[in-house]
Design a protein around this ligand. Structure first.
Ligand code: T4K
Length: 371
């Protein structure tokens, strides 16, 4: 049993395996700009996810920002999204000159409450950016129906949902595009990294140019692009980690099962619903303390005292951020379910190598069974 328990811990290959993978990079001196490892990882991910196209990025945030930019939406257009997420989702919308309109979430799996979307649509609405929060899958069928009815674009923030399947299909298949984060804290990591998955063939060149300064050929710069390329060392880490991913997810599953065994049915403790037709990646284990003998903040402190780190993902809501104070669409009162959750949720330690003893130690503190 370890002393301190972190909220998560990066999955890594053995050092020998990584060295073997980076040796050709070292020997060739080709470090970035869509080199051999970049192309290899891209092809492996297209096959793993069963999608026609994957574009790789240096991080998930730039992947999302670029995917939204590729839609070429009119400045000031409204984008329906959720505030129960990491800062990145809302920032990616705003940094594209668009206005976030916050939809509440449901209290079963914490994804966008699809019954509230249509009420938020105006003649300025241009897109929906839902979040598969904690790896829980949004109601993709209803979102698709609404998007078609009103002619809206859909980009999924699937940062947490890599390797999740719905009805046998990868989460990468839904909407106009899906973004994954491959950050060190994610189920699958490339140190920092991200991807956009899409079906439209015309986006292949567009996304390539966009993440490489808008350079279209040796003497042609066709638009104002940026720099968001994944480098060769990141790609090599991804190639190694992908080999072990299924095994890592199986280990995470055991951790989650133990948490559920210990915490299910306890009065005042609510666990995220197990979704039908979904193969989970066991990315996060959120617990909502609602009417429990201790408050969320008390539990957080009690765990800290025992050297156990939990996280208040996602508190505060993005619609309460200082930088959005002047937006008429901001304000937590417009998303009461999300606010209720944000004040009560803790995500517990979860990673592939977390021992079941450490899960028990965490649960003992929560249940007040620590002497
Ligand atoms: N959309 C959503 C819904 C997201 O959640 C995120 C990112 C994004 C978009 C954007 O994707 P990226 O641009 O990040 O690819 C973390 C991550 O930095 C962030 O990726 C993630 N979501 C967010 C939910 O959490 P922090 O600040 O909470 O992480 P930090 O540094 O406190 O680390 C937490 C624990 O992880 C540490 O206690 C130990 C472990 N750790 C951390 C690092 C950095 C490792 O084991 N290895 C490491 O290298 O933000």
């Amino acid at each position: 049993m370890s002393d301190n328990i972190l909220v998560t811990r990066s999955s890594m290959p053995s050092l020998d395996e990584y060295i073997e993978e980076i040796r050709p990079i070292w020997e060739s001196h080709w470090l970035t700009n869509m080199g051999v490892k970049h192309k290899q990882l891209q092809a492996e991910l297209e096959e793993y996810l069963g999608v026609p196209h994957v574009a790789l990025y240096t991080n998930g945030h730039l992947a999302l920002e670029n995917a939204i930019a590729a839609l070429n939406l009119p400045e000031g257009g409204e984008v329906i999204t959720t505030p129960f997420t990491f800062a990145s989702t809302t920032h990616a919308i705003v940094r594209n000159g668009l206005v976030p309109v916050f939809c509440d979430v449901n209290d079963r799996d914490y994804t966008m409450d699809v019954t509230k979307i249509e009420d938020l649509i105006t003649d300025r609405t241009v897109a929906i950016v839902p979040v598969h929060v904690y790896g829980n899958i949004c109601d993709v069928e209803e979102i698709d129906r609404i998007a078609k009815k009103y002619g809206l674009k859909v980009i999924y923030d699937a940062a947490h949902a890599f390797a999740v399947k719905y009805k046998g299909a990868s989460t990468a298949c839904f909407g106009d595009a899906s973004m994954f984060s491959f950050h060190a804290t994610k189920v699958f990591n490339t140190i920092e990294g991200g991807a956009v998955c899409f079906k439209d063939d015309s986006w292949v060149q567009l996304l390539n140019d966009q993440k490489n300064f808008g350079i279209h050929g040796p003497e042609s710069v066709c638009f104002v692009g940026g720099n968001a390329k994944m480098n060769e060392f990141q790609a090599a880490m991804g190639i190694c980690n992908l080999r072990h991913l299924d095994e890592e997810i199986a280990k995470r599953k055991k951790v989650v099962e133990r948490y559920r065994e210990r915490l299910s049915g306890v009065e005042g403790i609510k666990l995220s619903a197990i979704q039908e037709n979904v193969e989970s990646n066991y990315a996060y284990f959120p617990v909502v303390f609602d009417g429990y003998k201790y408050t969320r903040n008390e539990i957080y402190e009690m765990l800290q005292e025992q050297g156990i780190t939990a996280r208040k993902y996602f508190y505060p809501l993005t619609n309460s951020f200082e930088c959005y104070r002047n937006y008429p669409t901001a304000g937590t009162e417009k998303t009461p379910v999300a606010q209720h959750l944000a004040l009560r949720v803790l995500t517990l330690p979860l990673y592939a190598d977390l021992s079941l003893d450490d899960v028990d130690r965490t649960c003992d503190v929560i249940l007040g069974q620590k002497d």
